[in-house]
Design a protein around this ligand. Structure first.
Ligand SMILES: C[S@@+](CC[C@H](N)C(=O)[O-])C[C@H]1O[C@@H](n2cnc3c(N)ncnc32)[C@H](O)[C@@H]1O
Length: 274
């Protein structure tokens, strides 16, 4: 398992500088630096009041969303296993003058690294759980970080659409709907998803598709009670080349003549015992 994490960390380390440069504008760094909240419309509408709440952002990348949440008043901690991401997050926080704590380490070690029963909100979004082999263990980790009555907010690509691929302009089943922990989807990709032209040296990625049954059962087993579950027909990145711009500049949807398919889901869950 360590070899999978090491390869993934190497590619994420390299992507940080490319994403920060933001040549394609996907990360809206100019807006962010101007003080504009750059959370995507889905989580901006659903996250609710975070002011004064202790919030842990798991897999925070270079901390932009963590800092948006801190600007909304959260007492924010971000965790990511990429040293480059954490270094960038700390300097971005200093640059924009927003206080937040950033911790480097594997999400599976989060309770030891950021604290147990220490947070009112755990925040996990867009392209996080696909890097993790064991979703039930992840759910237990999330629950451990929360105080009783604390809540998880999760927004992710929908596992239904992750089982598909665009081949010759047609969306067809391309992957199993569940990925075994010891047999991840291995791919070699020499560019990042923002569309930037930079070539990566660390091309190998290992990813896992987790079905909704595993995610929801994992949360229930960890003592996290579902408070809402939403499905969305949009994603904040172009998963397939055929996708077109949605209502907002940073949303992508399937072409209108296609059957409607769920592209994303979001959920809230509360740790029992509050
Ligand atoms: C697509 S990004 C998440 C983006 C996030 N929505 C944000 O706020 O920008 C995925 C992140 O997960 C991190 N990551 C992947 N596997 C991890 C692991 N096992 N433990 C901690 N971080 C991990 C990567 O370093 C990367 O920063």
């Amino acid at each position: 398992m360590d070899a999978f994490f090491a390869a993934n960390r190497a590619t994420w380390d390299e992507r940080v500088a490319i994403h920060l440069k933001d040549e394609t504008g996907m990360y809206r760094m100019t807006d962010f630096r101007a003080g504009i909240d750059t959370l995507f419309p889905v989580e901006a509408a659903e996250i609710g009041d975070v002011a004064g709440r202790r919030l842990v952002h798991l897999q925070c990348h270079f901390g932009k969303d963590t800092l948006c949440l801190a600007r909304r008043g959260a007492v924010a901690t971000g965790l990511d296993f990429s040293p480059a991401a954490i270094a960038a997050a700390r300097s971005l926080a200093a640059e924009v003058g927003v206080p937040a704590r950033f911790v480097q380490g594997n999400v599976y070690d989060a309770p030891d690294l950021v604290g147990r029963s220490a947070y009112d909100i755990a925040y996990v979004t867009w392209g996080a759980i696909n890097w993790l082999p064991d979703i039930r263990r992840w759910a237990r980790v999330v629950a451990e970080t929360l105080v009783p009555g604390g809540r998880l907010y999760l927004a992710e690509a929908h596992p239904t659409i992750l089982a598909f691929d665009e081949i010759a302009g047609v969306i067809r089943p391309g992957y199993d709907y569940v990925t075994p922990a010891d047999r991840p989807i291995a791919e070699d990709i020499d560019t990042t998803y923002t569309g930037a032209p930079d070539r990566l040296r660390s091309t190998r990625t290992y990813e896992w598709v987790h079905p909704l049954s595993a995610i929801l059962t994992g949360l229930a087993e960890a003592g996290l009670r579902l408070t809402f579950f939403h499905e969305h027909e949009l994603l904040p990145w172009r998963l397939f080349p055929m996708m077109v711009a949605g209502a907002a500049a940073d949303q992508f949807v399937l072409p209108r003549d296609m059957p409607r398919l769920p592209l994303a889901f979001s959920l809230g869950a509360v740790k029992e015992g509050g």
